[in-house]
Design a protein around this ligand. Structure first.
Ligand code: 6GU
Length: 244
């Protein structure tokens, strides 16, 4: 997979992409990440990428020309085609499903929005997808792009240490993950649940599933409503949920 990121702050990406999962995936040749400074595509000597809003509201907008020029140039650098994603609070909400969908492409172009927003012609005629990472306002699309890249890259087969790890993530099955423990079995009197030390794999699997159900019911009832539960599990939850 090739990911091209268009940003006015390429330096913001260096730390996060030079550590951890993304770095490992790049080192293994599973993904290539290219950063492009939108200012390189400005047409004036001041490298202007923003301008006043027609109609006279306050603030500045990202200009259309440098963004169109950047996308066209970046596309010409490799033959693969894929979605052109604008990171904007106006976009569809990012989720594990959206990450999986994006991970299925050979190529992603991510555009980081800034200022009060982006010229509407970029939304309408350049971007093929618009993504928001949540209902809060960030100062720019960069942090959102990092979130998207991390969530997408960890889905590429081989990107994680173990092949099981991304399938086991919270949300992979529509439920939150069960609690997990490592040694020691007793830390300051806080004990690891007995069942996990039992060696009984069927019992452990049942306990984990029940913990996932309880946790999801308590913290994310919205997820539970959409999750794939057996009738038996729904019944079990009804009798085991502590009353609020
Ligand atoms: Cl993609 N951009 C900005 N500026 N703010 C956001 C966002 C994106 N997603 C959530 N908040």
């Amino acid at each position: 997979m090739r990911i091209d990121i268009l940003t006015i702050f390429p330096g913001m990406f260096r730390g996060p992409f030079e550590e951890s999962i993304v770095k490992r995936a790049v080192d293994k040749g599973l993904v290539q990440v290219f950063l492009h400074d939108i200012r390189d595509y400005a047409s004036d000597k001041h490298r202007t990428v923003d301008d006043y809003v027609f109609g006279g509201t306050q603030g500045m907008l990202m200009k259309a020309e440098p963004l169109f020029a950047a996308v066209e140039d970046v596309q010409s650098q490799a033959p693969e085609r894929g979605p052109i994603v604008l990171l904007t609070p106006q976009g569809r909400l990012f989720s594990q499903e959206v990450a999986a969908e994006l991970a299925g492409h050979d190529r992603l172009i991510l555009i980081c929005g800034h200022y009060e927003g982006v010229d509407a012609r970029v939304h309408e005629h350049l971007a093929t997808d618009e993504i928001s990472i949540g209902d809060y306002v960030l100062s720019g699309g960069e942090l959102a792009a990092m979130v998207v890249v991390d969530a997408v890259v960890r889905q590429i087969p081989g990107a994680l240490g173990s092949p099981l790890s991304s399938a086991d993530d919270s949300f992979a099955h529509g439920l939150l993950e069960h609690p997990q423990y490592t040694r020691p079995a007793d830390f300051r009197g806080m004990k690891v649940p007995e069942v996990l030390l039992s060696g009984n794999h069927a019992e452990i699997a049942r306990w984990r599933r029940q913990q996932s159900l309880l946790r999801t019911a308590k913290r994310r009832p919205d997820l539970l409503a959409r999750a794939d539960l057996t009738d038996e599990e729904r019944q079990w939850l009804l009798t085991n949920l502590p009353n609020q």
